[in-house]
Design a protein around this ligand. Structure first.
Ligand code: NAD
Length: 438
């Protein structure tokens, strides 16, 4: 099949590459000329594990191409995916300007039947909006389909190649059949392709993300309570997770969720509800608790140093909003670092993949260490913000010798609490008692 993907970011590039991998002819379009130049010359502008191998293969074999020309894109594909940003507006609602602008341009450019597929996360009613917009401009036949994306950064290739389910929102039988044919190679293990109405498909994405954000946030509140009463959140987590109704995943407490999806999608659903006089009280609380959760490590740091932060140096391990990505959108690390700098502290940071993105955002206000150990040199304490695997089994003797004082604030519980006993560290984590050296 001939496929066009418009927007070549985290979702678009993975979508385009994976669709090329199953034999389709894929043309990816982006307005960012620099990005397209890189992609054409074989450079992937984001960090996403396992993308490189299939990217290279499909580009070499001529199934994966790139352009900045929307006309070329529209001429090429019968199916046109929109993988465009839908950032939050001031009031929290999803900004549809990219999606609507591109849809309007497509309407002017298309000459034959097209299926326009929204992979972007868009509020209920957007497919209808796009349909009405295009209908006003052209007589050429088309269908607009909602096909929300559930991939996780860090596991994006695997998630796309073996999705738990594929959601297709359309009332057109023709479009449904073409979409089913396109996704058939990805569901050979029997996972379902769910065909539903457009609005339900659009809402499925928001409901999924809002639920997951709620699950994490619930656990963060339980963790905070554990600390007050002397319980250990690891035990509670395992104890509840073994109940199949609850499940083991997404129960790890930390310093709050970030990223380009949960924060904005929770906000957008709250806002969409308000338009219908529905108050998502749970989600309002989720948002509030999550914002507060980004402060909990700072509170612990503040308490330990008795408010005396100015002039101190802190090593920060982990900058991306989660491991295995270079994405720093809404990352808790940024909140923590900015707050430390505001209080007059110095920060020396290390992340395996996200340093360049942080440098673009924060410039030279922090030191970017060559490796995780260099970050520790002369620091008053280590702060762990992202649970990259490389941080899980460090040489703790080396850590102790490089730090001015043996103090660790672990925002992701990367170390086993029992293992930290008797190691000579002050060790503060989430939902577990502080470890104090004897
Ligand atoms: P992104 O910012 O990484 O990529 C968007 C791309 O669109 C950029 O490369 C940008 O240059 C390009 N673009 C902007 N305007 C354009 C235009 N007029 N023409 C062509 N290209 C244009 O965004 P993303 O993270 O890939 O997210 C895209 C959508 O997918 C969002 O709605 C998001 O909510 C949703 N989503 C994201 C994820 C994720 O993990 N990142 C997961 C599921 C769904």
């Amino acid at each position: 099949m001939k496929i066009t993907v418009i927007g070549t970011g985290y979702v678009g590039l993975v979508t385009g590459t994976c669709l090329a991998e199953t034999g389709n002819q894929v043309l990816c379009v982006d307005i960012d000329e620099e990005k397209i130049k890189k992609l054409k010359s074989g450079i992937i502008p984001i960090y996403e594990p396992h993308l490189d191998v299939i990217f290279e293969r499909n580009q070499k074999q001529g199934r994966l191409k790139f352009t900045t020309s929307l006309q070329e894109g529209v001429d090429h594909g019968e199916v046109i995916f929109l993988a465009l940003p839908t950032p939050p507006k001031e009031d929290g609602s999803a900004d549809l300007k990219y999606v609507l602008e591109v849809s309007e341009q497509i309407a002017h450019l298309m000459k034959s039947y097209k299926i326009i597929v929204s992979k972007s996360t868009v509020p209920v009613g957007t497919v209808e909006k796009i349909t009405n917009l295009i209908k006003e401009i052209t007589q050429v036949p088309f269908d607009v389909v909602s096909n929300p994306e559930f991939l996780r950064e860090g596991f994006a290739v695997d998630d796309f190649m073996k999705p738990d389910r594929v959601v297709i929102g359309t009332s057109s039988e023709k479009a449904a059949q073409i979409m089913k044919d396109l996704y058939k190679p990805f569901v050979r293990q029997g996972n379902p392709i769910l065909i539903m109405d457009e609005k339900s498909a659009e809402l499925t994405k928001y409901a999924a993300n809002a639920f997951l954000a709620t699950k994490i946030t619930f656990m963060n509140e339980i963790a905070n309570y554990c600390e007050k009463v002397g319980a250990n959140v690891d035990n509670v987590r395992i104890g509840i997770g073994l109940d199949e109704r609850i499940g083991k995943r997404f129960l790890f407490p930390g310093v709050g969720y970030g990223g380009s999806c949960f924060p904005k999608d929770v906000k957008a659903l709250i806002q969409s509800g308000q338009e219908q006089n529905i108050r998502f009280k749970i989600l309002e609380a989720v948002e509030e608790v999550n914002n507060r959760q980004k402060q909990v490590l700072l509170d612990k740091i503040e308490a330990f140093f008795q408010g005396n932060i100015e002039g101190r140096k802190f090593a920060v391990w982990g900058l991306s909003f989660k491991p295995d990505t270079d994405d720093i959108r809404e990352a808790p690390s940024l909140v923590i670092i900015k707050s430390l700098i505001e209080r007059g502290a110095n920060v020396s940071a290390y992340d395996p993949e996200a340093m360049n993105n942080v440098r673009k955002e924060l410039g030279d206000i922090i030191h970017y260490a060559q490796d995780m150990y260099e970050a520790l040199e002369g620091s008053d304490a280590l702060i762990i913000v992202t649970e990259w695997n490389v941080f899980r089994t460090p040489d703790l003797d080396k850590v102790k010798s490089l730090l001015k004082q043996p103090i660790i604030f672990d925002g992701r519980n990367v170390f086993d609490w029992n293992d930290m006993q008797g190691k000579g560290f002050y060790y503060f984590s989430i939902g577990r008692k502080a470890v104090i050296p004897q």
